[in-house]
Design a binder for this molecule. Structure first.
Ligand code: ADP
Ligand code: MG
Length: 723
């Protein structure tokens, strides 16, 4: 029988009333109903003003200051018509979270009356009191305040909150001296860099009409749902987002005999509620039920422009969490809430394209399109080979470390999976079979054009951190709780850089009079010779790959955040971001500082929680049990029986070892502020985490020995299976 507190949780769950949700009559009725869409802007704005906005969106440029007042007025009228009394500048600090600065539309007049007011200046230049947001010293260096300005490419929307409707404006967040303090600014810059370089290459390929090139993203979000009556009894889930204790359930990890066939009605109602809210916000989401672990689910929107997709992704996380609460669940976005159980990722599907050439990562139907595709794809391969460690750094957090390299998630070694067909094509290019007359060379493959690189699920390598999936790349090592902005910034930037290199090489060849196709194959051949080592189609989980990747192919295996974040300080990374105009050295250094501090803080909080839970919840429960055992042994002895002391001795020993590990953890925890950020990160990774593991090991072994009635923490079985 579970402990009284856990029993009470069961009871609460059984008695939970079904949440009331309103059913919309149709998708059309609610679709984007809370968004100030282009369509709404068109009908609300003078023609010239609307055209100017449209241009800004297409070109990713700033809002023209001279029309800001008109736009602000229209936006405010639309919002107040729908009951909004407030507006908020929404921005994306370096924490992976979303931040908001709320204000009222209210403007007092001299005569004691008020009017609602919203000027262009407020639209483009909000002043958040952002001093508490981590900025890695940028602002103290420059003694600058931050300001926010509407990112025209991401539409404003309404968010209902318990105290009224708020007009939300997605913004960039920069210091007065122009340094990016957020995740959106570099994303916009990286997109612009990629656009510049992609256009250059397309021009070399003979294109004359080239629309702005944009990156696209579709991010699949995995998450866990646990009943909030259980999470209320787990300080670790509440404060660290993951369980710091908990023995694997008796069923073991044979969770593959899924569970999702019988998805509880409660969860289904929750999912529908989430979907309806997202539809209102114009987010094209589709929920899925079929994740690997029990209690684990997925939601994936259709892909959109990377910038909008990123804002929408942040909203999805917000809506998931808030809606879960309403339904009596906790939504866990942590990458590894349960040790030994499949973790959660966020697959970032990424491609680039424009209105004139289409998806540039799509093979296409003509030899010319195929050549274009091969060059863009080759640029990606080169980028990943040169900057794989940067990709690893972009997804490095304390929580994602628990997932990467575990036997269900991509390894921390970044390689590219192309699929057997495409890998074969690139290998032929490398071996020179495709040099010489290019058109003949293509014929030598037996086809005029590349075969259709169908997205064949059977051929998809789930063990690869970065895979080509027919017309896009899928970055699978991204963590479920992360903003997708960082990974997208890196992908756009390394692609821009490789495109620039390819254009340079191509230009040189062309200037010697070489025909375009021959020149292109020459460049691709060199790309593969220099960078083909990053292409890997085998089992990314295997020991053999880990060895081969590092020893034979020279790829890096950056296991922990402490290993990965220092990559941001390498001179070639600084040069890359500066060259492409994405991050200045100061901005990059500030990111290293903030991310390193976050890593240290996360582990410090966890270590303290481990001590607290072990000492104030687990040790007392075990001691009570020991007292009971001892009493029973005495009773048996009094009755003249020969008592079996083995269990009591075992429990006593493990309890002692629990306390010993706690003492050791505590003493190293105190000393860990010594040294620079690198030294502190190393201490977390090499000393604190293993000691936390030792405490946990003792505690988890006790969980299966101690009377269930005394065990204070809800078990894995309960949290994962009881809905
Ligand atoms: P999976 O098989 O990995 O579950 P899906 O086919 O469901 O993948 O697609 C996953 C995500 O990839 C979706 O968000 C989808 O919209 C997105 N996606 C599809 N095509 C592209 C593309 N060309 N660029 C970016 N994302 C894309
Ligand atoms: Mg996927």
């Amino acid at each position: 029988m579970p402990s009284p507190a856990r029993l009470q949780a069961y009871q609460q769950i059984a008695e939970r009333p079904a949440p009331i949700t309103s059913q919309p009559s149709s998708l059309e009725e609610i679709w984007a109903s809370d968004v100030f869409t282009l369509e709404r802007m068109k009908s609300a704005l003078p023609k010239a003003v609307f055209k100017s906005i449209q241009r800004s969106i297409r070109e990713g440029s700033k809002l023209d200051g001279s029309i800001a007042d008109t736009v602000a007025q229209a936006m405010k009228d639309w919002a107040t018509d729908r009951g909004a009394l407030y507006y908020a500048h929404v921005f994306y600090p370096l924490t992976n979270l979303t931040a908001e600065k709320h204000d009222g539309f209210i403007a007092p007049q001299g005569d004691g009356t008020v009017i609602s007011e919203f000027t262009g200046k407020l639209l483009v230049q909000g002043e958040p009191d952002g001093s508490s947001f981590p900025n890695g010293g940028i602002r103290s260096t420059f003694e600058a305040r931050g300001y926010t300005a509407w990112d025209v490419t991401s539409p404003a929307y309404l968010m209902p909150t318990p105290n009224g409707v708020t007009l939300c404006i997605p913004t960039v967040f920069v210091s007065w001296t122009g340094e990016a303090l957020d995740k959106k600014t570099p994303l916009l810059r990286s997109n612009a860099a990629m656009n510049r370089q992609a256009r250059k290459l397309l021009q070399l390929l003979g294109e004359t009409e080239i629309a702005p090139v944009n990156s696209s993203c579709g991010a699949e979000q995995e998450y866990f749902l646990v009943d909030s009556s259980f999470t209320a009894l787990r300080p670790d889930l509440q404060l660290a987002g993951r369980t710091l204790f908990g023995a694997a359930p008796a069923k073991g990890q044979q969770f593959d005999d899924h569970y999702f066939g019988a998805i509880p009605e409660r969860v289904q109602v929750f999912m529908q509620d989430v979907e309806h809210q997202l539809y209102r916000l114009g987010i094209p989401a589709k929920t899925r039920h079929n994740e690997v672990a029990p209690g684990q689910f997925e939601i994936a929107p259709f892909f959109e422009a990377a910038n909008v997709a990123t804002d929408h992704q942040q909203l999805i996380m917000t809506v998931l969490k808030a809606t879960a609460k309403k339904h009596g669940f906790s939504c866990l976005l942590h990458e590894k809430p349960f040790a030994g159980v499949n973790g959660s990722g966020k697959h970032v599907n990424w491609s680039i394209g424009n209105a004139t050439q289409g998806n540039l990562l799509d093979p296409g139907d003509t030899p010319h399109q195929n050549l274009q595709f091969l060059l863009f794809c080759g640029a990606v391969i080169r980028g990943v080979h040169l900057y794989g460690p940067l990709m690893r750094a972009a997804i490095a957090t304390a929580s994602n470390d628990h997932r990467l390299g575990a036997n269900e998630a991509p390894p921390a070694i970044i390689s590219v999976y192309l699929g057997s067909q495409l890998e074969d094509v690139f290998n032929q290019i490398k071996s020179g079979q495709l040099s010489g007359s290019a058109s003949k060379a293509l014929m030598s493959l037996g086809v005029d054009t590349l075969p259709e690189l169908a997205k064949d699920p059977g051929d998809r390598n789930r063990t690869s951190p970065f895979a080509f999936t027919g017309n896009r790349f899928e970055f699978r090592a991204v963590g479920s709780g992360q903003s997708v902005a960082g990974p997208l910034v890196v992908l756009n930037t390394i692609l821009a850089d490789s495109l620039e290199w390819i254009s340079g090489e191509l230009q040189q060849q062309l200037s010697t009079g070489a025909p375009l196709e021959e020149a292109a194959f020459g460049v691709l051949k060199r790309t593969m010779e220099q960078h083909g080592a990053v292409v890997f189609g085998g089992d990314g989980y295997s020991e053999a790959w880990h060895r081969m990747a590092v020893e034979e192919r020279g790829l890096e295996n950056l296991r922990t955040t402490a290993d990965a974040l220092p990559v941001l300080r390498r001179s070639e990374i600084e040069a890359l971001f500066a060259r492409q105009g994405v991050l200045t050295p100061v901005e990059l250094e500030s990111r290293f500082d903030v991310y390193a501090e976050q890593y240290i803080l996360a582990i410090e909080v966890e270590a303290k929680l481990v001590l607290r839970i072990a000492r104030t919840q687990i040790y007392p429960a075990v001691t009570t049990y020991l007292e009971r055992l001892t009493r029973s042994l005495r009773d048996q002895q009094d009755l003249g029986l020969a008592p079996e002391r083995g269990l009591a001795a075992d429990v006593a020993q493990r309890n002692a070892s629990l306390l010993r590990s706690c003492a050791e953890l505590e003493s190293t925890l105190q000393g860990h502020h010594a040294g620079d950020l690198n030294a502190q990160m190393r201490h977390c990774a090499d000393v604190l985490l293993p000691l936390m593991g030792a405490v946990r090991e003792a505690a988890d072994s006790l969980e299966s020995l101690v009377d269930d009635e005394l065990w204070p923490l809800p078990t894995y079985q309960e949290m994962l299976f009881v809905k």
